[in-house]
Design a protein around this ligand. Structure first.
Ligand code: CAA
Length: 478
């Protein structure tokens, strides 16, 4: 009998309101935790009362970027929640896990291990952050600093190529003030063919989009991904988000609109960057015995069938090689082996999409597309959405003024919530949204986003600049 997800809580998303006091990450997390404890009971029609804080034997939190609680986040959250008082001296395990955006999936797997091997009946995983209510300058001051990490100097790192440095300065960066140029450099690749180089100390602000851009240009040069295919990812995610009740913006964007948005890096516009929003989420993992003891409804439980993790470099090195960014594929292979499930047995996929190249590589890593074929996979889906695909898209709803039609969930069973590019990205929280959507799909309550008959789902989280990968495979209990 496997550990299972018994409760999920997701707060509304927000970009901050003028004049309103910004929430703290911890306050949002406590809101999400209350929602998850109540959700474990199954809602108003259920006989179960849900769970109490005192029922939690463990709590795992992820660090926040914008909060002041930068030391032992999980202890800060547990203290603010009153967990230790509520536990009245019973053993409680509280841990902070720092693998960036891979955190929710890695923490889910850690929670499952705590339940399976450390004597915990139930463990909460929580994450929350507030980049949406920060000014762009406040956000970038922290986000840029977080990713100006030392590379492998002085042993193997080469200096930045002049080609990259000059492209980077042409794009200007937003802090540099000339970031409004719309003349995207679509040539792809660095000056030395497939070799791309990032000297993280000279990459302009915003640092994270510019670092992902190095990998995107490598992917273009190495695998023939086109500039338009990158933009199609962002467009498809806005189309997916248009059906999600928490989405702040429901207007799908076409490739043309994505490409004509503000240029942020040589091959990235603002619409191709994770959207800054405030938000928090919590999930509760429990043992089958605990769930039975507390009368939690079996029909809503989702088993953690297996998982895998792997890591890569903190920043793109001078020469990207074919094996350097293998962590997503390694984590996926480990997860499939651990769960005893093959890609063909997965019905729904939440794939991290902080930037289009992350999503394209994820399609290949999990086996939805062959190596180098992620761009073409995206193009086929976009063309179906743009053309109506012989009436298939029309079944899912009418065509809007934008000319795109929502794809039937069974034809594109990926990120039906819209991911980071459509729904939004509260720093390390987004893979929680991916888990929440997978749980919804497996419970069968995803409404017009429902993939019919979904019994198994895969969730992939990515941390840093493709630096940490975590994959979990989930399944219906009944
Ligand atoms: N939903 C849909 N669209 C949205 C949106 C939302 N919630 N919020 C904003 N948008 C749209 C805006 O309407 C705008 O569209 P137009 O260009 O057509 O007007 C576009 O997105 C950009 O919005 P803003 O102009 O408000 O942009 P901004 O002030 O936020 O700055 C940016 C743009 C510099 C690219 C900034 O958003 C940014 O730095 N994004 C990247 C954030 C980031 O790095 N996150 C981490 C990613 S890596 C990761 O996830 C791994 C990890 O370990 C954490």
């Amino acid at each position: 009998m496997l550990p299972r997800i018994v409760g999920v809580g997701v707060t509304p998303l927000s970009q901050g309101a003028a004049g309103a006091a910004a929430p703290t990450p911890t306050a949002l997390i406590l809101q999400a935790l209350r929602l998850a404890l109540a959700d474990a009971g199954g809602g108003a029609t259920s006989a179960s009362r849900g769970l109490q804080l005192s029922d939690l034997d463990g709590l795992i939190a992820l660090p926040s970027l914008m909060g002041s609680e930068q030391f032992m986040m999980a202890h800060a959250v547990a203290g603010a929640a009153g967990l230790f008082e509520a536990r009245q001296g019973r053993r409680t395990i509280v841990r902070t896990l720092d693998v960036g955006g891979a955190g929710p999936v890695a923490a889910l797997l850690m929670a499952a291990r705590m339940v399976a091997h450390e004597g915990c009946g139930s463990v909460a995983v929580v994450a929350g952050d507030t980049p949406g209510s920060a000014t762009l300058e406040e956000f970038l001051a922290r986000a840029d600093a977080a990713c100006r990490l030392p590379g492998p100097e002085p042993l193997t790192r080469a200096a930045a190529t002049p080609a990259l440095a000059s492209r980077a300065s042409r794009s200007g960066g937003l802090a540099g003030g000339s970031g409004s140029s719309k003349s995207a450099d679509t040539s792809g690749g660095g000056g030395s063919g497939v070799a791309a180089a990032a000297d993280q100390w000279t990459v302009p602000s915003p640092v994270i989009p510019n670092l992902y851009d190095v990998i995107a240009r490598w992917q273009m040069a190495r695998h023939g991904v086109t500039r338009e295919q990158l933009a199609m990812v962002a467009s498809l995610m806005t189309l997916q988000a248009s059906r999600h009740p928490l989405a702040l913006q429901r207007r799908p964007r076409t490739v043309k609109q994505v490409l004509s948005s503000r240029q942020v890096a040589p091959v990235a516009t603002a619409l191709e960057c994770a959207k800054r929003v405030d938000g928090a989420a919590a999930i509760i993992v429990a043992s089958p015995a605990f769930a039975r003891q507390h009368g939690l409804p079996e029909a809503r439980a989702v088993e953690v069938l297996g998982g895998g993790e792997a890591s890569g470099p903190p920043v793109p090195p001078a020469d990207i090689t074919d094996t350097m960014y293998a962590s997503a594929a390694q984590a996926a292979a480990a997860a499939f082996a651990d769960a005893g499930v093959a890609p063909g047995q997965v019905h729904y996929w939440s794939l991290y999409d902080c930037f289009p190249v992350c999503f394209i590589r994820a399609l290949e890593a999990v086996g939805l597309a062959p190596e180098g074929g992620g761009g073409r996979y995206v193009e086929r889906a976009y063309k179906a959405a743009a053309s109506g695909d012989g009436g298939a898209a029309a079944r899912a709803g009418g065509e809007g003024q934008h000319g795109l039609q929502a794809l039937p969930p069974q034809d594109f069973p990926i990120n039906t919530h819209g991911g980071l590019l459509g729904l939004g990205a509260p720093w390390e929280v987004p893979a929680m949204h991916g888990i929440a959507e997978a749980v919804s799909q497996l419970r069968g309550d995803a409404g017009d986003r429902q993939v019919p008959g979904a019994r198994r789902a895969l969730v992939y989280g990515n941390g840093g600049i493709l630096s940490a990968s975590a994959v979990a495979i989930l399944g219906r209990c009944n």
